[in-house]
Design a protein around this ligand. Structure first.
Ligand SMILES: Cc1cc2nc3c(=O)[nH]c(=O)nc-3n(C[C@H](O)[C@H](O)[C@H](O)COP(=O)(O)OP(=O)(O)OC[C@H]3O[C@@H](n4cnc5c(N)ncnc54)[C@H](O)[C@@H]3O)c2cc1C
Length: 374
């Protein structure tokens, strides 16, 4: 077997994996991504609300110089022949495939379900955020904009909208408690902060009369590529991988990030998020490294330290958590929390850059069950 490693998806997991593998020096690493730039996805609500111009970074800024780049959308993974298929270019063969295709928004309801012509948009991708930004700009003063979903993204988007467009009414519609994963106390605190900012919170279906725009933040699903290629997926379209991040039926395919669901009792706490994607990207590179060396790959283990939520540009909420993501009593709030959140966002890019400069140096917190990364 040769050592051509192809990484599908140039997000947080894919870039981290490619950089770490490039440092080995004995593998050819190819990164396939549909755009020719990196998207700081964790900032897309800033673009959508209008407080930030762009989330694009040149791959030159974050990727190891030896990684070969292919800008194309993969149409299908031919796992039997170990190759990727494209609509408009030749197939690309791999010895090992890292599946890091991330996630997208669930399909949006059609306009005709509500007011004809009223846009339903998401903030999930670079293109989605650009469309949302334009629609927010077009919203007339005094009109209502609805944010659906009161998880982290919904809370952050609603707050940013108040900061960017104080002349519109922002409604946050939540099926369950606001900020559920922050825990009861953290969620209440987020709710109070939103109310102070002027965001109107609705429970259940929360009918808001004649909104100008509905922005959906509830529910991300795995990228469609795995299911379209006939690979095993869960009900959210995520590629099923074992605790060692390998696909059981195709052991030369490994996965990391939002696009994958990891089996194993020690991984049940892992959620879609950049905080999961970076450690998984690093670990998946170590798994491929072990396979190249003929060694047995280790099981993945990663834990969380905090949940970080921005509340507009000047306030935030940092909820300390146990490694299994359950809330602790410690919380940081207000301006210091906003500064901390901004530092974390910058740090995600620094971690990828650091791995490009000195591959193999990225470390992450151990998971609740085992400490395998030390
Ligand atoms: C508005 C917003 C705010 C967020 N805030 C936070 C936060 O504060 N903290 C946090 O932890 N997480 C946050 N997240 C979630 C975080 O962005 C994702 O968990 C993270 O991006 C997942 O990384 P990834 O590498 O798995 O996938 P992605 O970053 O989505 O990258 C996947 C890449 O694969 C490419 N791709 C997909 N299919 C194909 C194909 N067929 N061919 C070629 N390329 C393909 C995509 O274009 C993309 O470039 C936020 C998400 C959003 C939308």
């Amino acid at each position: 077997m040769g050592n051509q490693v192809v990484v599908v998806g140039g997000g947080y997991a894919g870039v981290m994996a490619a950089n770490r593998l490039a440092g080995r020096g004995d593998a050819t690493v190819v990164l396939v991504n549909e755009r020719d730039y990196f998207v700081e996805r964790i900032r897309l609500h800033e673009v959508a609300s209008g407080v930030r111009e762009s989330c694009r970074l040149s791959f030159d800024e974050v990727l190891h110089a030896s990684v070969r780049r292919v800008t194309a959308r993969v149409a299908s993974i031919d796992a039997g022949m170990s190759r990727l298929l494209f609509a408009d270019r030749d197939a690309l063969a791999y010895d090992y495939l890292v599946y890091a295709a991330g996630s997208t928004a669930r399909p949006m309801p059609s306009d005709s379900d509500d007011e004809p012509g009223m846009p339903h948009l998401s903030v999930s991708t670079d293109e989605d955020a650009a469309r949302a930004r334009q629609a927010v700009r077009n919203a007339a003063p005094g009109s209502a904009v609805v944010v659906r979903g009161a998880g982290h993204t919904g809370i952050e988007l609603a707050s940013e909208l108040r900061a960017a467009r104080p002349d519109i009414h922002v409604h946050l519609v939540s099926r369950g408690p606001v900020g559920r994963s922050l825990g009861a106390a953290g969620g209440k605190e987020a709710e109070r902060a939103l109310t102070r900012l002027g965001v109107r919170i609705h429970r259940g279906d929360g009918a808001v009369p004649a909104p100008a725009l509905v922005l959906h933040t509830d529910g991300f699903v795995g990228a469609s590529l795995a299911a379209e290629s006939g690979l095993p997926v869960n009900d959210r379209g995520q590629l099923e991988v074992g605790a060692d991040l390998r696909v059981r039926e195709h052991p030369n395919i490994v996965g990391a990030g939002d696009g994958c669901h990891i089996g194993g009792a020690q991984n049940t706490h892992l959620r879609m998020g950049c905080a999961s994607a970076l450690p998984q990207g690093a670990h998946v590179a170590d798994v491929v490294g072990a396979l190249i060396d003929g060694a047995a790959p280790a099981a993945h283990s990663a834990g969380f330290v905090a949940q970080c939520v921005s509340l507009g540009r000047t306030r935030g909420l940092i909820q300390a958590v146990h490694p299994d993501d359950t809330p602790r009593r410690i919380r940081l709030r207000g301006r210091p929390a906003a500064v901390f959140k901004e530092l974390i966002c910058r740090q995600t890019v620094r971690w990828m850059r650091q791995e490009a400069r000195r591959p193999g140096t990225y470390r992450w917190p151990a998971g609740p069950a085992a400490r395998v990364n030390e």
